[in-house]
Design a protein around this ligand. Structure first.
Ligand SMILES: *Cc1c(COP(=O)(O)O)cnc(C)c1O
Length: 451
C-alpha cells in the first residue's frame, strides 16, 4: 500500500518561527501614524505586549518558539501532510496533489497557530484580559481556546449578523470560557454611537474592531489581539510551511507550486514563506507561490498598492498594502474569512515585487471544487479553503492537458463543519457569483489617505 499521509513526531514540532523580513530584497515600509510619521512602539504598547511588538519589527531570520507554546501546539501539531491520491485519480491527472490539513486544530482552522502565542506573550507581561473581534467566528473561537490555555479572560465582539446566524460558533467560544457580545454593543462609545445612529445595525468587522480596540486602549489590564495581516501573525503561521518542508523531505518530493486561500494573508504566508526562503536564495527559482482570492473581493489582483487604514473607521495606523479602499464593503460571499479590503503588507510587497503571485476565483466554482474534494478525500473543507482547492484542481487539469507531472501543494486552512448552511445554499442552487464590483472599488479607492 502506498503511503499518502506524512506525519512528524511531536518532538519534530519546529523550535523556531521563520521571519521572511531577513530574506526580502527590500525592507518593508513602516506603518504610519496620523502625523505621517512611522508609528512608535510606545504608541502600540497600549494594546499589544512588548514581545509581540518586537516580533512585529524584527529583522531576525529565526525567532524561538517558547516551550509553553510548543506544549500547547502539541495538542494537535504537527498537522498531517496528505497526498490527495484519490483526488488525483478522480481527475486523471499526472500531477501529484498534496494538502496540509490545518483543520485538525481544536477550533478547526489554522488560526490557533497565532492565537496561542498571542495569549502566551500577553500572559507573560501580566495581562489578565484580552479583547478581540470576530466575523464568522473562526478567530473568536481560536482566541477563546488560546485564552483558556493560559487562564486569560477573553471578550469577543462578534458582528451582530453572525452572532444571530452562527449560534454554534458562539457556543464554542462560551465552552472555552469567553464572553461574547453582539457588535455594535452598548459596552463601548463606538458601539453606542453606532446604535444611536442605526438602532437596527447588523454590525461590521470594522466596527467590531473599533469596539475591541477602544476597550483594550481604555484599560491597563486589557490588551487587543488581531488574527491576520500583521507581521507577527504571519511569523507564527510559518509553523505550517516549516512542518511541510520536513514532511516533503520524508515524502521524497518537493512542491513546484503552492496555493493558499488569501484573506488577510496569514495562512498563505504561513505555508508559503518558508519555501520562499529557498526561492530567494536561488535554490528553487521556478517555485510558484500563488495566493487565491475571491473575484468579489480581489484585493491582490485588482487593488491599488498604497497606504491605507486597516479598519473601516480609520482608527488604525496606515499600512502599505494592496487595498480595495478601507470603506469598500465586499459582497456577502460565504467565505467570510476572505472578505477583507486589504492584505498583509509583507504578502503585498512580495506580490508587488514579483516573488509571489495572486489569482481570483468565483464563488460557485469554489464550492464545486470543495464538494469534489470531499467526495474523493472525505474532508469537508471550509469555504475559504475551497478557493485554494479550486486553483489546485485547475492546475492539475492543466497538467492533464500537457502531461506534466507537477507537484502541487495547497493549504487546507480549515474544515467546513460550521459552514454547512453555505453548502446547503450551493446544493439548492441559490449560491451566486458576484460580478467584479469595479465601480464600488473605484469609489472607495478615491478615499485612500493622502501620504
Ligand atoms: C480566517 C480564515 C482564512 C483567511 O485568513 P488569512 O489570514 O488570509 O489566512 C482562511 N481560511 C480559514 C479556514 C479561515 O478561518
Amino acid at each position: 500500500m502506498q503511503t499518502t499521509r506524512f506525519v512528524l513526531e511531536q518532538q519534530e514540532i519546529p523550535t523556531h518561527w521563520y521571519n521572511v523580513v531577513a530574506d526580502m530584497p527590500n525592507p518593508p515600509s513602516p506603518p504610519l501614524g496620523p502625523d505621517g510619521q512611522p508609528v512608535s512602539p510606545e504608541q502600540m504598547l497600549a494594546i499589544f505586549p512588548g514581545p509581540l511588538l518586537e516580533q512585529e519589527m524584527s529583522g531576525e531570520r529565526w525567532i524561538p518558539i517558547p516551550e509553553p507554546v510548543r506544549e500547547i501546539y502539541r495538542l494537535w501539531r504537527p498537522s498531517p501532510l496528505i497526498r490527495a491520491l484519490r483526488l488525483e485519480q478522480a481527475l486523471g491527472t499526472p500531477a501529484k496533489l498534496y494538502y496540509k490539513n490545518e483543520g485538525v486544530s481544536p477550533a478547526g482552522s489554522h488560526k490557533p497557530n497565532t492565537a496561542v502565542p498571542q495569549a502566551f506573550y500577553n500572559h507573560q507581561v501580566g495581562i489578565r484580559r484580552l479583547t478581540t473581534e470576530t466575523g464568522a467566528g473562526q478567530w473568536g473561537s481560536s482566541m477563546a481556546f488560546a485564552g483558556q490555555m493560559f487562564g486569560i479572560d477573553v471578550r469577543v465582539f462578534m458582528v451582530k449578523v453572525s452572532y444571530q446566524q452562527k449560534p454554534s460558533r458562539r457556543s464554542m467560544m462560551q465552552a472555552w470560557g469567553a464572553e461574547v457580545f453582539p457588535s455594535p454593543s452598548n459596552l463601548t462609545q463606538a458601539g453606542r454611537d453606532a446604535l444611536a445612529k442605526h438602532p437596527d445595525s447588523e454590525g461590521s468587522l470594522g466596527l467590531a474592531i473599533s469596539e475591541a480596540v477602544e476597550e483594550a486602549a481604555g484599560r491597563a489590564d486589557t490588551n487587543y489581539c488581531l488574527g491576520s495581516v500583521l507581521n507577527h501573525v504571519l511569523l507564527h503561521q510559518t509553523i505550517i510551511g516549516l512542518e511541510a518542508k520536513k514532511q516533503f523531505e520524508k515524502a521524497g518530493d518537493w512542491p513546484d507550486v503552492i496555493f493558499g486561500p488569501c484573506g488577510g494573508g496569514s495562512s498563505f504566508g504561513g505555508i508559503a514563506l518558508p519555501f520562499l526562503a529557498d526561492k530567494a536564495a536561488g535554490k528553487t527559482p521556478n517555485l510558484r507561490l500563488v495566493a487565491v482570492e475571491p473575484t468579489s473581493c480581489p484585493t491582490l489582483t485588482k487593488g491599488a498598492y498604497a497606504y491605507d487604514y486597516g479598519d473601516a473607521s480609520g482608527y488604525t495606523p496606515i499600512m502599505k498594502m494592496y487595498t480595495l479602499g478601507h470603506d469598500f464593503m465586499p459582497p456577502g460571499i460565504h467565505a467570510g474569512g476572505l472578505r477583507y479590503h486589504g492584505d498583509s503588507p509583507l504578502i503585498s510587497q512580495l506580490v508587488h515585487e514579483g516573488l509571489m503571485e495572486a489569482l481570483a476565483v468565483p464563488q460557485v466554482a469554489t464550492f464545486e471544487a470543495g464538494v469534489q474534494f470531499a467526495k474523493a478525500e472525505g474532508i469537508i473543507p471550509a469555504p475559504e479553503s475551497c478557493h485554494a482547492i479550486r486553483a489546485a484542481i485547475d492546475e492539475a487539469l492543466r497538467c492533464k492537458a500537457t502531461g506534466e507531472p507537477k507537484t502541487i501543494l495547497f493549504n487546507l486552512t480549515g474544515h467546513g463543519h460550521f459552514d454547512m448552511a453555505s453548502y446547503d445554499r450551493y446544493f439548492s442552487g441559490k449560491l451566486e457569483d458576484f460580478d467584479y464590483p469595479a465601480e464600488a472599488i473605484q469609489e472607495s479607492l478615491a478615499h485612500l489617505p493622502k501620504v
